[in-house]
Design a protein around this ligand. Sequence first.
Ligand SMILES: [Zn+2]
Ligand SMILES: [Zn+2]
Length: 273
Amino acid sequence: MKVAMLGSGSRGNSTLVATDNTRILVDAGFSGRQLALRMRALGVEPESIDAVVLTHEHSDHVHGAGIFARRYGTPVYLTAATREACRDRFRGEEDLRAYEAAQPFAVGDLRVHPFLTVHDAADPVAVTVEGKECGTRVGVATDLGRPTTAIRHSLAGCDFLILESNHDETLLRTGPYPPSVQARIASSHGHLSNHAAAEFARELVHPRLAGILLAHLSVECNRPELAMEVMGKTLANTGWSGWLQAAAQDEPTPLLEIARLREEMGPAQLTLL
Ligand SMILES: [Zn+2]
Ligand SMILES: [Zn+2]
């Protein structure tokens, strides 16, 4: 199973999850052109995408969903409330398919498990995506106000985690946002700070977790090196030493093969936790 983020941050999010037979996008928060450009840069043709799964209606997650669906005939999966909240993105000619949180559904040989999050949107979810054949599970959790019991339960035991590490608390306080926006971001319905993400990741790491990709970093109120440092320090005494990187807003990550990341962890890692 392979995974890549085409980009991540408040100006757009999209994650590619692929097996040999099936490819899906979780969110499509870039223009149709950018989505196509970025996946082609990874050697993936937009025509080959089997589904777009939308997590919530915020523009940085749905921006190109309509045009991508019309251009390539790709089905779009979304909840009824999310569909209502972003109906201006669609013209009626797209293949829109409803799903509900806590009701897993299949796309080819992938199984998508959506679960409710706490975030200031109509019906926000995050997902895990599981390969039916290989059993590999990827968690995609980018807009989390706070980790609830249900979120903890859903993300436990993933083989690869994409986890929001949105802001540095100090940069948020001293940054350019007015107090109302600061309050929204930091609230329990906003976004996880670097420290909150790191504490959450400490709960989630386990010997078979091959990698963590930090996502949705704020351009204004975060730096990749800060997010990585906080995460690295917090995980240091867990014994976990898998792959760790931060996704960028303007360029895709490599297409990461999860089995290969796990091989690179080596046998020492597996005995540590
Ligand atoms: Zn959002
Ligand atoms: Zn977002």
